[in-house]
Design a protein around this ligand. Sequence first.
Ligand code: NAG
Ligand code: NAG
Ligand code: NAG
Ligand code: NAG
Ligand code: NAG
Ligand code: NAG
Length: 370
Amino acid sequence: MVSKTHFQLIVLLVFLLSSLNITSSSYAQSVANFDKWVSCNMKKYDERKNILKSKWKVADLKLRQAESNKVIITVSQDGSADFKTISEALNSIPPRNTMRVIVSISPGVYREKVMIPRTMPFITLSGEAGNPPTITGNDTASASKRNGTPLGTFHSATVAVDASYFVAINIKFENSAPHEIGRRGEQGVALRISGTKAAFYNCSFNGAQDTLYDHKGLHFFHNCSIQGSVDFIFGYARSLYQNCYLNSTTKKVASITAQKRTNSSLDSGFSFQNCTVTGSGKVYLGRAWGDYSRVVFSYTYMDNLVLPKGWSDWGDQKRDSRVYYGEYMCSGPGANMAGRVPWARVLTDEEAKPFIGTQFIEGDTWLISP
Ligand SMILES: *[C@@H]1O[C@H](CO)[C@@H](O)[C@H](O)[C@H]1NC(C)=O
Ligand SMILES: *[C@@H]1O[C@H](CO)[C@@H](O)[C@H](O)[C@H]1NC(C)=O
Ligand SMILES: *[C@@H]1O[C@H](CO)[C@@H](O)[C@H](O)[C@H]1NC(C)=O
Ligand SMILES: *[C@@H]1O[C@H](CO)[C@@H](O)[C@H](O)[C@H]1NC(C)=O
Ligand SMILES: *[C@@H]1O[C@H](CO)[C@@H](O)[C@H](O)[C@H]1NC(C)=O
Ligand SMILES: *[C@@H]1O[C@H](CO)[C@@H](O)[C@H](O)[C@H]1NC(C)=O
């Protein structure tokens, strides 16, 4: 912090320097620069002060405490571990836990609907790298709830995470409901992530329509594989996908992403860095679910299934001037910008910077090494 005496000293110094100046214009300039310097620093300082006061700081203290108190519980279907199902393991965790709980899951196919409520932060689901467990289900949006009303996309998820600080390592998330072109209500989510500060390493997400509901919050996907036919990555989170594999299984035409940024002041968007886009059918990289939809692909290999147009406004032309669809240093036959819609952007180095690296998701305040 700049102390009062320091501040006075600087003012005095500037006054002395400026009194030595010969022309009044350079004096005016130095005053202007000084004002700029002060206001810039004040702004920075205010920002830092606000960060100190904000709930994030408190949350990160909690995170540090949680990481220094780890507990491991085990799950195996053969009865040789603490629990036979993932749900049983989660039910054993007291609400509002303050410790990192690592649920270590043996290989196998777990047919369970797994819910991690908001009151259960700091959960890690961990499998073996060589033989990851699969958590599977086949609920769809049109499937009936007990009372007969349709489940809806939101509740179709095989695994639903409402808690913050969730981590998954070496897990296969699956929704095996089939997709038939033209049928309605077939959205079948494999994973919905609605908690913030969540990280996924070596995971795969398999489904048909609406596989990965990247709902809201700050999320990190590293070395993951995501597969589906229609809008298979959708939601309004701010997420970084690094070294991921996007596999289209569509038979005709579909979109990989449906990013729902609905308002220009929302800091939401998907950034794909060093990914691979491949698979069947023809795909748009994204279609605008929200008016201000924001998606960036950088250093990504795109196979020839990517439509030359690249992006879709979902039939609403006012979105053409509002969406932020950027590409930077991509390669492969699908990355040719020649046929792109005119409102797609080739980003400059400066424009691409904010989207590349974990600072896009404020990673340095919450990402921990897996
Ligand atoms: C991901 O998988 C690779 C190879 O199977 C393994 O070496 C690596 O440790 C895994 N990553 C994590 C975070 O477990
Ligand atoms: C979902 O899975 C259950 C259990 O395996 C099965 O009985 C049912 O037919 C499946 N439904 C669909 C739509 O695939
Ligand atoms: C990424 O995951 C694949 C399998 O899903 C694994 O073979 C590979 O080693 C992993 N790479 C890293 C760097 O973890
Ligand atoms: C890019 O992704 C590939 C495949 O996942 C990986 O082998 C490579 O190391 C990554 N490159 C960088 C710079 O991270
Ligand atoms: C992509 O999806 C298709 C269809 O399910 C599958 O046959 C193929 O193995 C997948 N590719 C990878 C690399 O997972
Ligand atoms: C955008 O969202 C912010 C925050 O939710 C809200 O305050 C603002 O009124 C919204 N603006 C519009 C144009 O909807």
